[in-house]
Design a protein around this ligand. Structure first.
Ligand SMILES: Nc1ncnc2c1ncn2[C@@H]1O[C@H](COP(=O)(O)OP(=O)(O)OP(=O)(O)O)[C@@H](O)[C@H]1O
Length: 249
């Protein structure tokens, strides 16, 4: 097995949907290497390939060429069992909709990844789940069901569920896309805190320049290629760049 110093990486990956006249080249030789404890935002116009990149890096969608690693392992897209195990053990997901199970309480929703793996959480894993609830301000809500929470609180549960298995990397696709600005800020501050205090690596797809400004690094994808990389950029600088890109299309 090849050893690489990144928690997740895509090297010169391409992704072609379909074939012949209807083929769509969604990614063209994209490289993204995510270091331990790094928070990366992926931006770009609609249809530029952001979700495709995330899905390929998370082992949800097969690449057409190149190489993807998670936790030092090359993903073998012909091996469903390896992909499922790697995703279960090393990847956390947060989506725009928190996708909680309505009949389970908050603690049970957070422990869901263990149940889906066909086992009960260990005492240490349970304790970690409780600690995450405290860190995310959910300790008073342990026995509530998702319907009794606000959108921002539900998204915090989704973050705790993504982190409970101590994954190498969390992929977040528009995690604040359906939240109001106050709840968005809260969720982004918590994601930032997870990187700063737990060295949790995060890759977040977003359209929103203020959301992206919480990241250490921003990569911009246009027509399936990485065209820009920014480090420590503020919302205004990011907005300016996105505006220029929209105008030049
Ligand atoms: N399953 C699919 N089959 C065929 N084409 C696809 C498929 N998924 C995505 N595409 C195409 O690949 C390109 C990139 O799509 P992708 O969803 O990755 O873009 P995106 O940047 O995430 O867009 P958005 O910001 O609108 O969510 C688009 O042209 C899209 O139409």
């Amino acid at each position: 097995m090849k050893q690489v110093p990144y928690v997740a990486s895509a090297r010169e990956i391409s992704k072609i949907y379909g074939s012949g006249d209807t083929a769509v080249e969604a990614l063209r030789s994209v490289t993204l290497e995510v270091a331990a404890g790094e928070f990366v935002a992926v931006m770009g116009p609609s249809g530029s390939g952001k979700s495709t990149l995330m899905n390929c890096m998370a082992g949800l969608d097969a690449i057409s060429s190149g190489e993807v690693t998670i936790a030092n392992q090359n993903l073998d897209f012909t091996n469903d069992r390896q992909l499922t195990e790697l995703r279960r053990e090393q990847v956390g997901f947060v989506f725009q909709s928190s996708n909680l199970v309505p009949t389970l309480n908050i603690t049970e929703n957070i422990e869901l990844p263990f149940l889906l793996a066909g086992r009960r959480p260990s005492a240490e894993e349970r304790a970690w789940g409780h600690q995450l609830q405290r860190m995310l301000g959910l300790e008073q809500r342990a026995h509530h069901r998702p319907a009794e929470l606000s959108g921002g609180q539900r998204q915090r549960v989704a973050i705790a569920r993504a982190l409970v298995t101590r994954p190498a990397v969390v992929f977040a696709d528009e995690p604040t896309g359906s939240l109001d600005s106050g709840s968005s800020r809260e969720v982004l501050e918590l994601l930032r805190q997870m990187t700063d205090t737990l060295a949790q690596s995060i890759v977040m797809v977003t359209h929103n320049p203020s959301a992206a400004s919480y990241a250490d690094r921003i990569i911009v994808i246009v027509d399936g290629r990485v065209t820009h990389q920014l480090s420590g950029a503020g919302a205004e600088e990011i907005s300016g760049l996105m505006l220029t890109l929209e105008e030049s299309r």
